[in-house]
Ligand binder design. Structure first.
Ligand code: SF4
Ligand code: SF4
Length: 211
């Protein structure tokens, strides 16, 4: 019995001199891993236009059916995104989301990324359904909120998608001198991938910050 007491108190005594590993959360927050999957953000272009083109690929990729997208057409006098369409409504249900990241892999415009924010709590179920306004990144400094007109956008001389455009495959069938556009053409790939955006597995790809 004396031996057991000696071992027990010895363990306690040694533990008293070990450095504390307790984090005083929420006052102190530990850094998460660079590729941590926190809540989503819908990114904007530097002029305030939305990167989301309402294609719904993220919703189709989601295994938990957590995303709802309702796309609508842009108009010359009311444009929300540089594409043909934009997300008139966009919602993510965080009661369903398992933070797998498949949606951000599916997004062709890098509109949808994940932040390092993990403090998601609420006392009502409806509060876990994040609306488009909650998910949208803040406006960049000096930018006007959409909609913008095509005339305003043309005056900016901005090159969305780095100025690359995909060729209309039907146009080639009428142009005998032109080589057919192949799948994976750099211009097309850049259009979809957003050019110099960091890759998904890069620590810089969301960095926990709004972009
Ligand atoms: S992280 Fe996964 S579960 Fe959550 S919305 Fe995206 S695809 Fe769906
Ligand atoms: S977030 Fe991306 S994948 Fe989802 S609708 Fe918008 S552009 Fe499409």
């Amino acid at each position: 019995m004396f031996d057991a007491l000696r071992k027990g108190f010895g363990l306690t005594f040694r533990a008293m001199f070990r450095p504390s590993v307790t984090t005083e959360y929420p006052e102190v927050k530990r850094d998460v891993a660079p590729r941590f999957h926190g809540r989503h953000v819908l990114n904007r272009w530097p002029d305030g236009l939305e990167k989301c083109v309402g294609c719904e690929l993220c919703a189709w990729a989601c295994p938990a059916d957590a995303i709802y997208v309702r796309g609508a057409d842009n108009a010359p006098e009311a444009r929300y995104s540089p594409g043909e369409r934009y997300a008139a409504d966009y919602q993510i249900n965080y009661l369903r989301c398992i933070f797998c990241g498949l949606c951000i892999e599916a997004c062709p415009t890098r509109a949808l990324t994940m932040t390092h924010e993990y403090e998601l709590s609420a006392d009502a179920r409806d509060d876990f359904i994040f609306t488009k306004q909650q998910l949208l990144a803040p406006l960049p400094q000096g930018a006007e909120p959409p909609p913008h007109t095509d005339a305003e956008i043309a005056a900016r001389d901005m090159t969305y998608y780095k100025g690359h455009v995909a060729q209309n495959p039907l146009a080639h069938s009428h142009d005998e001198g032109a080589a057919p556009q192949e799948h994976g053409d750099p211009a097309t790939t850049d259009l979809l991938g957003g050019g110099t955006e960091p890759p998904h597995d890069s620590p810089d790809h969301d960095g926990g910050a709004w972009r």
